[in-house]
Design a protein around this ligand. Structure first.
Ligand SMILES: Cc1cc2nc3c(=O)[nH]c(=O)nc-3n(C[C@H](O)[C@H](O)[C@H](O)COP(=O)(O)O)c2cc1C
Length: 194
């Protein structure tokens, strides 16, 4: 069965980021996928120490990140939700990204050039959800996700980029945003051939 995992990097449960991720997951479920969700804020994930261990031995830490490594291995699709903090992802999301560094394996191409491949075997597709309070820089987190995604064998194929969450009606109360997120979830699940 198609496995879609939501990873929420907002500390605020049932607020904008969480609600929009959940709506996408609801759409995936309606389309027949099995869905799950984790809150990074609940996991004890320590910061990367830049030990440069990329030999398959894994990370020097053993902590809450192990649950995330398992998701990277097993999921077909990821719904990655973050609030916008100072024009980038939240620190909860950044910790997860940095701790993926050990999943990049150095390889030598036939040309002799050095490159990296991901230790994660299953190719994944992902949707990014970001929620900013102001109207500024609606796409600011996308380059961050796109730079990180190959590390975990992931391609970002869609996004829900909400701004102005603090200016007027909260996005999580907007039928347009919620309905749009649900439809994106359905479309996402169907894109796997469901
Ligand atoms: C530390 C911090 C930094 C923030 N920086 C930005 C920012 O750079 N741009 C922006 O649009 N909103 C910023 N905000 C507002 C949040 O993105 C906004 O409140 C968002 O709704 C949070 O999502 P949530 O409802 O899921 O918690 C910031 C909020 C916090 C707490």
């Amino acid at each position: 069965m198609l496995q879609i995992a939501g990873i929420v990097a907002s500390p605020r449960r049932r607020m904008n980021t969480d609600t929009l991720v959940q709506k996408i997951l609801d759409g995936c479920q309606k389309a027949g996928a099995s869905v799950s969700k984790v809150y990074l804020n609940d996991l004890d994930i320590r910061p990367c120490q830049s030990c440069k261990v990329q030999d398959g031995a894994g990370c020097i830490h053993q902590d809450g990140m192990e649950a995330i490594y398992e998701i990277f291995e097993k999921a077909d699709g990821l719904v990655l939700g973050t609030p916008v903090y100072y024009n980038t992802v939240s620190s909860q999301m950044k910790l997860m990204m940095d701790r993926s560094y050990c999943l990049a394996r150095p390889i030598t191409l036939p040309s002799g050039k050095r490159a990296y491949e991901s230790a994660v075997k299953k190719r994944k597709k992902g949707i990014v959800v970001s929620v900013g309070g102001s109207g500024a820089n609606p796409e600011c987190v996308l380059p961050v996700f796109n730079l990180w995604a190959p590390e975990v064998n992931l391609e970002i194929v869609d996004s829900v980029l909400i701004t102005r969450a603090l200016l007027g009606k909260p996005p999580m109360e907007s039928p347009d945003f919620l309905g749009g997120a649900f439809l994106k979830g359905e479309k996402f699940a169907h894109s796997f051939g469901f």
